[in-house]
Design a protein around this ligand. Sequence first.
Ligand code: ZN
Length: 261
Amino acid sequence: MRTVKRLLGRSLFASHLDALLLRNAAVVVAFHRVLAGADVSDTLTVDPQTFEAYCKFFRRHFHVVPLRELIGNLERGRTPRRELAITFDDGYRDNYENALPILESLSLPASFFVVSRWVGSDVVPFWDRKLGVRHPWMTWSQIRDLQKRGFDIGAHTRTHVDLGMLSPTAARDEIAGARTDLEDQLGTSVESFAYPFGGQDHITDANRAIVRAAGFRCCCSGFGGTITARTDPFYMPRVPISPWHVSPHHFGLDVALGRSA
Ligand SMILES: [Zn+2]
């Protein structure tokens, strides 16, 4: 079945049928770690070779743009034209060490959603503790360097809380506080937000309103497929990329057929 998906994906793109299916759509993809030697059960990691293959696929088949450009287009009511924005969640140090050189070698923009109170810390989140692994976070100086090189930094709360469970008071501290933390460290305005865990139930309407009130221009989820002219930037779908996709073409097939939700 996985081979079939790979082949179907290839023929979809080889026949240019994708051009029709993705004509008035855009995509935001989400990565976590880019690291060699990951266990196949680790759905948060892709190895650097795979990451590079994805980047080349994106560059060949989409207009890779900064997330802020995609949001600007939606704000102006422009119909998407097959744009794709690359994003990373959590702020793992391998993003700086392994993804950055690949992105720069291919001249691709990207956004990094970092957990402000975990930057440079030795916090091990429960999902890594469960696997018995420990992955370091980027430092502020690495994040400032990303910014200096033209990449965008976005907020992902202060401590990676579930905004579906949090009272508005606590949520305000996590959301607006993360923006303050980042702006204090980076000295620029921080405009994008991705909520932790990214599922349908991982944010409440009240807490989504806090994201807007805090001055962000978008609220990215971790599901939902493609973006159209009618997409509200505060309900921004994203497509997580994990080893579950057998190849970039398999990813492309699912996105084109609307199965990435
Ligand atoms: Zn996260």
